[in-house]
Design a protein around this ligand. Structure first.
Ligand code: FEO
Ligand code: CA
Ligand code: CA
Length: 655
């Protein structure tokens, strides 16, 4: 995501964070000091995807088991971990190779090529890779197969860098030259790409032309479905029925379904709306602007050019964003669907598990400080032989929000109109209102405020769920609880849980903390962490691969990378962690200013796709000096990009 200014604190609730509970499950000191181990130095060999070398020594890999274990049988990590890096390149371990597959501006099919001087038009951009690649999923071709040499990649384009997208910058750099064309180019650089990819003679490439190649942007028509569709909350002058929205925005992380569709998640949607007149905003019966951080001032100035982003004319437009969107990558003519039953908040991603009765649970975090973790359980069962029926499964079910108790137990609190105080007296007149104002509903039922929930991933073998809590510098000592055990939590941690009896329809669970991020090189006990192996900070992207390796991607904000308490970690990176031992090894380091986010693999796990987002994001980067901080990956204007990684011996990645 963008810098921390987007990580709003909008939670006005008084939900307690356990300070009144005396019997702490783990003493804070035990948590902070547990699991630290002596480092064993080994040599590393980093292969730069862009051809650079390195002579850095490795940092660490260690030996002892962490304080937490699982039932999973996980193969040991087999690669030599790499050092931290401050180079403007990507490193992967010895014995691995990679290359850039798909960068901002590359055509999805046979459209226009990228122009390095940023002169592509809005119409060009709508046929090219968007900016700021994020969550991603590989889909084998054809549908229903498990092929690993030909497939579709669906990926998100979260936001834009308005220093880089136009030759003279966006609204923030040049308001007097800002135009409808510029706004439309930025809108077209948001959303999702679907590209067709194929491995030929051992090398992956994008298939062009492709009948599957497709851009879904901030202007693509999509259906609004579920309990909120057709209600007054989502009616606008252009859509008086409240059933069709133009576009999806701030598509952060992703999910997918057992029936072969892609889920894209709308995160910081609040930043796209503003008041053309500058009028101040007040909350109304229909709009809880303040709880969602919607203000009269937007990030990009679209409201000056495009009516639907102007809250003066379209006060309900923000209610049409903040949802999980389902896309069928196999049907290029399909219309994306916003599923309102899963609630409206800053959805980071969506991870599913299937219950014994084949109902489906989808877990999703709300990434802002002191926000919540949610679970949606479908009313009906997944039917492997009826894909069409599965497409509406996410429209009917129960949304829950998590309460983490001090004793390692937890409760999923239902967000159901008429229950647990979700009544008209408390401002909820319908289930639609509960879903549109999900944050307020979660406040009301007493959910646990978390340290910025980012990605969630599941292990179908163990029914365990892991979630990153990336950081929260505003948690005070009096707000510390067992699930969020550090004040001024600048390093972040990973929590995990399992619903009772491994049945994801159950409303109770048990949980523990997998790891506290940080470095033993830092003196403050809040920053040490409990990592068994290579150190990292600010975990964000998270994926449990089918072999049981937990892949962790980091997002230290670009203003903090490499300095102060973040100096030990170097650039943002990706690590592999073995949940059976906690052992963690650094696998990839990114170029300057980037975040590493988005991961997918071919079914045989012999190809890994990783997204490098916002290289060059820095106060040094301006429209006049686009390469001042980074020139990755083309030794030119920096571009977010998908890199494809294989093992030189053709083996499984990570082993
Ligand atoms: Fe888009 Fe919370 O990261
Ligand atoms: Ca993220
Ligand atoms: Ca982040």
């Amino acid at each position: 995501m963008q810098d921390d200014s987007n990580d709003l604190v909008c939670n006005r609730s008084n939900n307690q964070t356990f300070e009144e509970i005396l019997n702490k499950r783990l003493s804070r000191r035990q948590v902070l000091r547990g699991g630290l181990n002596a480092a064993a130095v080994s040599m590393f060999g980093g292969l730069a995807l862009t051809g650079c070398g390195s002579d850095n020594d490795n940092t660490s890999s260690s030996t002892s088991a962490s304080s937490t274990t699982t039932e999973a049988t996980t193969p040991p990590l087999g690669f030599k971990s790499i050092a931290t890096s401050t180079d403007d390149t990507v490193y992967v371990p010895e014995g691995y190779s990679g290359n850039v597959l798909y960068a901002w501006g590359d055509p999805v099919s046979d459209g226009p090529e990228f122009l390095f001087d940023a002169q592509n038009s809005a119409a060009d951009q709508a046929q090219q890779a968007g900016m700021h690649h994020d969550g991603m999923r590989y889909f084998s071709l054809p549908l229903g197969s498990e092929t690993s040499d030909h497939g579709l990649l669906a990926m998100n384009h979260e936001y834009v860098d308005d220093a880089l997208i136009h030759i003279d910058g966006g609204y923030n750099y040049s308001p007097s030259t800002y135009s409808l064309e510029k706004a439309n180019k930025e809108i077209a650089a948001h959303g999702v790409s679907v590209i067709e990819i194929q491995k030929t003679n051992g090398a992956w490439g994008v298939v062009r032309p492709s009948s599957y190649g497709r851009r879904i942007t901030g202007a693509t028509p999509m259906t609004l479905a579920g309990p909120v569709a057709g209600t007054e909350f989502v009616m606008t002058p252009d859509d008086p029925t409240g059933t069709e929205v133009l576009g999806t925005l701030n598509n952060c992380a992703n999910g997918y379904t057992p029936w072969g569709t892609y889920l894209t998640c709308e995160e910081n949607f609040h930043q796209y709306f503003g008041s053309r007149s500058g009028a101040s905003l007040s909350d109304t019966d229909l709009n809880d602007y303040s709880r969602y951080g919607v203000s009269n001032s937007s990030s990009y100035g679209w409201e000056t050019q495009v009516d639907r982003f102007d809250l003066d004319q379209n006060p309900n437009e923000p209610n049409r964003f903040g949802w999980i969107v389902e896309i069928d990558p196999y049907d290029p003519d399909s219309k994306p669907v916003k599923h309102t039953a899963l609630g409206r908040f800053s959805h980071e991603n969506a991870a599913y598990l299937v219950a014994p009765d084949n109902r489906v649970a989808v877990y999703s975090g709300d990434d802002s400080r002191f926000e919540y973790i949610y679970k949606f359980v479908t009313a009906n069962a997944y039917n492997a032989s009826n894909r069409t029926a599965n497409m509406s499964l996410l429209d009917e079910g129960t949304l829950y929000v998590a309460k983490f108790n001090e004793d390692g137990s937890g409760t999923w609190l239902p967000l159901v109109f008429g229950e647990n105080g979700l009544t008209a007296e408390n401002g909820f007149r319908s289930q639609a209102e509960v879903l549109v104002k999900a944050r307020a509903a979660a406040d009301t039922v007493g959910a646990t405020p978390m340290d910025r929930p980012e990605w969630i991933t599941t292990n179908a073998n163990t029914q365990e769920v892991y979630a990153t809590l990336t950081n929260n510098s505003r948690r005070t000592a009096s707000q510390v609880d067992a699930a969020n055990p550090r004040a001024n939590n600048q390093m972040g941690h990973i929590i995990r849980w399992r619903d009772t009896d491994g049945d994801v329809t159950n409303a109770t669970f048990t949980w523990d903390i997998y790891v506290l991020a940080g470095s033993p090189d830092l003196e403050d006990e809040n920053y040490h962490g409990t990592i068994n192996g290579d150190v990292y900070s600010c975990p964000d992207g998270l994926w449990m691969d089918p072999n049981g390796i937990l892949w962790i991607q980091t997002d230290i904000s670009s203003s903090s990378i490499g300095s102060g308490i973040f100096e030990p970690f170097g650039h943002n990176q990706m690590l592999a962690s073995d949940p059976s031992t906690g052992e963690t090894r650094r696998f990839l380091t990114g170029p300057k200013g980037c975040e590493v986010t988005g991961i997918a693999a071919s079914p045989d796990l012999k190809t890994l796709f990783v997204n490098i987002q916002h290289p060059g994001e820095s106060s040094d980067t301006t429209p006049a000096t686009p390469t001042a901080f980074s020139s990755w990956p083309n030794n030119a204007r920096p571009r977010s990009a998908t890199v494809v990684i294989t093992k030189d011996d053709g083996g499984i990645i990570g082993t």
